[in-house]
Structure formats: C-alpha cells, structure tokens
Design a protein around this ligand. Sequence first.
Ligand SMILES: NC(=O)c1ccc[n+]([C@@H]2O[C@H](COP(=O)([O-])OP(=O)(O)OC[C@H]3O[C@@H](n4cnc5c(N)ncnc54)[C@H](OP(=O)(O)O)[C@@H]3O)[C@@H](O)[C@H]2O)c1
Length: 270
Amino acid sequence: MDLGNRRGVITGAGSGIGRALAIEFGRRGGSLLLVGRHTDTLAETAELVARVGGTAETLALDVTAPDAADRITAVASERGPIDLLVNNAGNVRAGRLDAIPESDVHAMIDLNLTAPILLTRAMLPSLRATATERGSVILNVSSGIALVGMPFYTVYAATKSGVAHFGEALRRELHGSGVHVATAYPGATATPMMESSTAGEDLGFGRRPVDEVVADILTALEAGEHEINTALLSRRRMQELNVSDPLAVDAALAPRLEALEEAVRNHRSI
Ligand SMILES: NC(=O)c1ccc[n+]([C@@H]2O[C@H](COP(=O)([O-])OP(=O)(O)OC[C@H]3O[C@@H](n4cnc5c(N)ncnc54)[C@H](OP(=O)(O)O)[C@@H]3O)[C@@H](O)[C@H]2O)c1
C-alpha cells in the first residue's frame, strides 16, 4: 500500500496518536485536513506536519455535532480528491458501569462509534471515486480492549469492538472496490488520554511510546494489513487466551480486580 502523498482527513489530530499519525502522513508528503475541537493544538500539529514536508489545514469542530460529517466532507472535498480517512478521535471514561454517568455513556458512544460511522458514510463516495488509481484508505482507530473486554471499561469496550466490527463488515462490503479498510488496535499508549489512569505494567497496562505505536501502524498499513495490533506481548497472550479459553482470562483478572478498579477510578478524557 503506497501511503505517499495521501490527501484526506485525520480526526483527533491535535494530540496523541492522531498528531503522530498526521506527522507520519505528512512526512510521506500528505496533504491533510486536521480535525478536532481546539484550534491551538491543531495549529501545533499543522506546524509539525509542515516541518516534515507535508501540508495541513485545520478544522476546529466537534465531530459529534449533528452536521459534522457533512461539514468535514465539504471542506475536505473543496481541496481536491480525497484518498485517506483516519477515524481517530476518541474518549474514555472508566469505572464500574453503575458509576458511569449517563452523559458519559452517550459521550463515548457518540464519539467512538457513531461519529466514525457517519463520517465514513459521508466520505465514502469520494473515497470510492479515487480508489480506482492506487486504492484509498480508511483507518479506524479501535483499541486492544476490543479484543479483551477489560473490567471497568464496559462502555469503552462496547464502542471499540463496535468500530472494529464496523470496519470488518465494511471491508467485506467494499471488496474489490479499491477502498482499503484497516483497523488499528493500540494497547496502552502514552498519550494525554492515559494521563488520568494510574494503571501500569503490573496491572497489564504497560504503556508504549506513541511514536513507536504509530510507526508500527504505518508499517503494517504499508504492508497491506487490515488488522493492526500494537499490543505488548503479554497482552497479546491474553488476547489469544480470550479466544481459546475466555473463562481463564476471568480467573487471571479476578485477583487484581480491586487494584485495577482503584487505578482506573479517575480515568476519564471526556
Ligand atoms: N492512548 C491509549 O492508550 C489508546 C489505546 C487504545 C486506543 N486508543 C484510541 O486512540 C485514539 C486516540 O487517542 P489518544 O490516546 O491519542 O488520546 P488523546 O490524546 O486524548 O486524543 C484524542 C483526540 O481526540 C480529539 N477529540 C476529543 N473529542 C473530540 C470531539 N468531540 N470532536 C473532535 N475531536 C475530539 C481531541 O482533541 P480536542 O480536545 O481538541 O477535540 C484529541 O486530540 C482514540 O480513539 C483512543 O480511543 C488510545
């Protein structure tokens, strides 16, 4: 998969994984529309993209707003043909299900699941139109939690496994169209999203540096992969066990439940 000179949209590009992805697409000559709510952080990313040889414009908006998908598509299309969509913007609120306020439940579903579906739907005709040349790319950023539902992340897990299956179904629906649909499953990654969690390696949340994770994602995309897992080895073993013997995962997590609940009690990026 040739990722050079891609033109398109990256959501949540003002920090973390989205910013690092923007820089990597920029390094490859990308011409990007960076989307997020805060103008200042988007402008910083645009500057970083320019420094590595790419071009970037910014669009400050909430991707969960009712007209966001159409607005992003209209602005992106004004700039010429589009052959890249990265659905990266996401949020999290951890804790026992009955302690998560209803507004946070909606906020996670709206941003992590509904927004990428609506944006993909709006941009699909443009992505299909450019796919005949060298293929267009849709990259959805899911999470390792889509592969092992972790306790205290019930709603987040629902949204991330939802977006993963959305991508899988869409990939099959678009078979032969030239639209490459890929899903990234990052494990814990050192970004602003993780700052309010104190869960570390002892609880299975050892964090990888964001540049390393994004380099792995780009390498896998370039190799034509569709399912891109950046988890550490220990978490990968748990993912395999979750397929072969899910109750063994329950048993392995049980002794650490109390410590995990405490460590993620304040984990919130909404
Ligand atoms: N870090 C991890 O350990 C990890 C692991 C697995 C998966 N992920 C996933 O990776 C993706 C990126 O997360 P990250 O770790 O890089 O977190 P992050 O640094 O918090 O980045 C999230 C970005 O999304 C933007 N955003 C939030 N709400 C938005 C909204 N309503 N409309 C538009 N943009 C919005 C934020 O910018 P504004 O505030 O300016 O809008 C921010 O730039 C997420 O989908 C996350 O679930 C992260």
